[in-house]
Design a protein around this ligand. Sequence first.
Ligand SMILES: Nc1ncnc2c1ncn2[C@@H]1O[C@H](COP(=O)(O)OP(=O)(O)OP(=O)(O)O)[C@@H](O)[C@H]1O
Ligand SMILES: [Mg+2]
Length: 341
Amino acid sequence: MSAIRILRGEYRGKTIKNQSFSLVSGFQTGARGGYVTVQNNGTFPNCPATIRIRVDAISDYEMINGDTIEQNTPVAKVSSFTVETEEQAMTRIRERFEILTEMSKACIGGDIRAMIVSGPPGVGKSHGVEQEIEKATLFDKIAGKRLRAEVVKGSATPIGLYQALYKYSDPNCVLVFDDCDSILLDDVALNLLKGALDSGKKRKISWLSDSNMLRRDGIPDSFEFKGSVIFITNLKFDQMKSQKLRDHLDALQSRCHYLDLTLDTMRDKVLRIKQIAKDGVLFADYDFDQIAQDEIIDFMGINQNRLREMSLRMALKIADLRKSFPLNWKRMTETTCMKAA
Ligand SMILES: Nc1ncnc2c1ncn2[C@@H]1O[C@H](COP(=O)(O)OP(=O)(O)OP(=O)(O)O)[C@@H](O)[C@H]1O
Ligand SMILES: [Mg+2]
């Protein structure tokens, strides 16, 4: 059984901080918010053997292995835990992506107002959200109706953000900012977002200076935002060095659900690639037999420390090379995808 350390949580009104438990099942959201299910093991006397600890987000707990508990860390009783097996890790990873799907659906349905998805490059953050947006907008697309969702990629200026928020201000509208870190790092943009995502009933945002651009497009100086917003980013909010930025991002994080996919170790990334390949979807567009697919995955595993990036995107790059250069793909990969030895 794997173990987790709850960084911040609550059980029956009692605060839990840095305590470890044997994990029964990972993060889920219920009517009263997020929770994880763990074994009590006598930590809370006269309570059930299996308990649900309330946590706000996945980032409020971390997986621990027997050999990674630091000394001096306050650790409650953990009856038995072992190093996480490959299978358990795959289940944990799959669960995270299932949560990404569920949370995306909830944002699209308007039940969740805002979500931040954070994780390393090329692991499937955009894919997971886009898939749900596409499903939700399919009928409107066919009917040629105005879409109630848009994915903004790359950069956005504060005024561009204001315009986008206006365009998608109706309930049931969703605005996705994918890799738009510039708006998370800009004071004016961040203040707009804070207004748009505030937890009060009315979320009114205003553009304070006079703007020809807004006037020309018939956009008012202030309006009420009733839509939902999803941010997808590589930034790790809790690890930002600048205190000013951290304060800003904390304010945003407190208004949003924060889903850190935490595929930070090499092992997790390799397992994610194996998992998607095993599901039969990663190389679906290639005419590869099982042997060819396994060869790519094995080659990536063997060269994990030499590849510039361990990601699904890298697997697809290597698949391209394998298709174009069936005899020479390993050499081509070494030259184009690996760091110099
Ligand atoms: N579940 C999946 N099934 C099949 N292909 C996938 C899946 N998830 C991701 N991919 C593919 O892997 C590649 C990388 O995924 P994606 O662009 O979603 O990564 P990302 O986490 O958003 O990366 P970045 O941070 O660099 O934007 C894409 O080509 C995508 O189509
Ligand atoms: Mg992306």
